[in-house]
Design a protein around this ligand. Structure first.
Ligand code: DGL
Length: 269
């Protein structure tokens, strides 16, 4: 790969601020890379809107990232968009390496002693054929309690603390007992990239003995491996970050201040 292609940025997108949880892991794993992040907050949430909406928005965002930035790799930092659209994005962008995220079912099975695992995700992800196939590979080894969390990503998107608290409480209660006895849920998969931002609260509700599993770090490690295999890793330099949103600029700035670093520039997409 030529130097100019190696220096091209990595595109990352989500329906909103949730993908910042993946971006945080990517920046830690790949400090010399430049990133362009798009929060599609103007068209969020994806999880309750159906596949056609998610596919249309994913295509628009990817086209924009390619045309404006000539990205060398794309990370779909959204479980819902991965489930609904990644196969189409790959078919339509055959020359672009694309990394997706999916609920960390396999690491959860490896961790669980009670063999009872909770999965919190959007309705779109849980209803998708891709997720059902993934679950089928693990069903023999554990019981899964699947919890669609309508409204939770949207509440996190808005930073609405009372609503985040109420929904998190309702959904963890609905899943049944957490603990370390047989029949208890001892591992909780956060199957939406927004949920790590309610991670402390969910940990409190599920109890200290419950292990919360998310996907940021493994996705970042997989991205590094793909770049290395394509001879496209940046091995020096400061890296960089541009943040864009199709929604409210101040809201993404606030979220980035809290979860990434203070003072990052944000502009419209
Ligand atoms: N952050 C997204 C995910 O990982 C979706 C949230 C939403 O827009 O519903 O599924």
């Amino acid at each position: 790969m030529t130097n100019s292609l190696r220096a091209a940025p990595i595109g990352v997108f989500d329906s909103g601020v949730g993908g910042l949880s993946v971006l945080r892991a990517l920046r830690a794993e790949l400090p010399h890379e430049a990133f362009v992040y798009v929060a599609d907050s103007g068209f969020a949430p994806y999880g309750e809107r159906g596949d056609a909406h998610v596919v249309e928005r994913s295509r628009i965002v990817v086209r924009g990232l390619r045309e404006r930035y000539g990205i060398k790799l794309l990370v779909v930092a959204c479980n819902t968009a991965t489930a609904a659209a990644i196969h189409l994005l790959r078919a339509e962008n055959a020359d672009l390496p694309i990394v997706g995220v999916e609920p960390a079912i396999k690491p959860a099975v490896a961790n669980s002693r009670t063999r009872r695992i909770g999965v919190m995700a959007t309705r779109g992800t849980l209803n998708s054929a891709k997720f059902k196939l993934l679950l089928d590979t693990q069903r023999a080894d554990a019981d899964f309690v699947l919890q669609p969390c309508d409204g939770l990503a949207h509440a996190i998107e808005r930073g609405d603390a009372p609503e985040i608290e109420a929904l998190s409480r309702d959904y963890t209660l609905a899943m049944g007992r957490f603990g370390s006895e047989m029949g208890d849920i001892d591992t909780l998969v956060l199957g939406c990239t927004h949920y790590p931002f309610a991670g402390d609260l969910l940990q409190q509700l599920a109890g200290a003995q419950t292990r919360l599993v998310e996907t940021g770090v493994p996705v970042a490690q997989h991205t590094r491996r793909l770049l290395a295999a394509a001879d496209a890793l940046q091995s020096d330099g400061q890296g960089g970050l541009l943040l864009h949103t199709s929604g409210n600029v101040a809201a993404l700035r606030d979220a980035a201040d809290r979860w990434l670093a203070p003072g990052l520039a944000v502009s419209s997409f």
